[in-house]
Design a protein. Structure first.
Length: 348
């Protein structure tokens, strides 16, 4: 089970790596910074595939019934998901890569707290130790970035960027906890279909407001189109595959596993962007994986709901039940000892 969890988590990391590398290549080589447009393409694909699947259903789990019962909840979920994606990407324009990597981990304790109260997850000491080890691995990775000089690109306002990262990480935690609840209690298709529907509407409106000028400035060619296509496919694969992984593990476990995504991006960056290599990157990968394996080695437990108090009044049904209990009780046993030490057992 641990090996399966590791493999699934690293597949998600590779999808995230694909989105990061293509976005960075678009920004550095072609000066294309359109995070909302890229998210809009992904939500549109989810709408095309999964919302269509819901529309073809009939009965209580059809698209109409879901919208009639839970439409307002999915509006908030779609808003949290869209803004989380936008804030994290937008933060790179204001703060440093180091700050984003460090502060993005703020989502993990928020996720654990939400899981405790909403999903009733209960952690053991080993889980908190494992999270601490994973965060130590992230710190090692940030140290390697500093030594390699990758933190030099200061943004225009570090405070704004840091706040955006914290808000984005918190919104990601809300989205992930909601995803775990929906996937484990309702269905994967419902989650993806509703996120695709409301995500497309929300990102489309925001796109028209904040990014229409950037889109008009894009000098389209086949390379830019290919990068957008690869980004969209990686993001679509991430969204489609993450509910499968969450269903067999948990949202917290998934978020610990994908901490290695930055390292995969670095390895690609060594050849594409000519990053400097440091042995600390290997060390940080090992530390993160040790923490991840340690977390997965002991399953969390779910707290049982508080039992309802039994009614104190005895109506006719309770009286009849009491009579049945008396009839089914075991007969009383009497043990007598005689002078010849013979044991006589009799029942009343």
């Amino acid at each position: 089970h641990i090996l399966k969890t590791i493999i699934l988590g690293q597949m998600l990391s590779l999808f995230i790596c694909g989105t990061a590398v293509t976005s960075q290549y678009l920004a550095e080589q072609y000066q294309v910074n359109t995070p909302m447009f890229q998210s809009f393409i992904n939500y549109s694909l989810l709408l095309l595939v999964y919302t269509t699947m819901l529309a073809l259903r009939t009965g209580s789990d059809s698209l109409w019934q879901i919208l009639k019962q839970r439409w307002w909840k999915y509006i908030f979920l779609g808003l949290a998901d869209v803004e989380a994606n936008y804030m994290i990407v937008k933060a790179y324009q204001y703060t440093t890569l180091t700050s984003v990597q460090l502060l993005d981990c703020f989502g993990i304790p928020v996720l654990m707290a939400l899981s405790w109260f909403i999903l009733r997850a209960r952690y053991r000491l080993i889980h908190f130790l494992a999270v601490a080890i994973c965060l130590l691995g992230v710190g090692t990775m940030v140290g390697a970035d500093i030594l390699a000089g990758r933190q030099d690109s200061e943004g225009s306002d570090v405070v704004i960027g840091d706040v955006l990262v914290l808000l984005g990480a918190s919104l990601y935690a809300i989205s992930n906890v909601s995803e775990e609840y929906i996937v484990k209690n309702l269905s994967r298709v419902e989650f993806l279909g509703m996120v695709g529907l409301f995500g497309t509407v929300i990102s489309g409106l925001q796109l028209a407001i904040v990014e229409h000028r950037e889109i008009m400035r894009i000098q389209w060619n086949w390379k830019i189109a290919l990068l957008f296509t690869v980004f969209a496919l990686c993001m679509f694969g991430l969204y489609s595959f993450m509910p499968v992984v969450i269903k067999v593990t948990s949202a917290t476990s998934v978020n610990l596993g994908i901490l290695t995504a930055d390292l995969y991006s670095l390895f690609f960056g060594l050849f594409i962007f000519f990053y400097k290599f440091s042995g600390l990157y290997i060390l940080s990968f090992v530390i993160i994986m040790v923490g991840f394996i340690l977390y997965c080695s002991t399953p969390t437990r779910t707290a049982e709901p508080t039992a309802l108090p039994q009614p104190s009044s005895t109506g006719l049904d309770n009286a009849a039940l009491k009579l049945d209990e008396n009839d089914s009780e075991s007969p009383a046993v009497t043990v007598q000892f005689t002078r010849g030490e013979t044991v006589v057992v009799s029942t009343d």
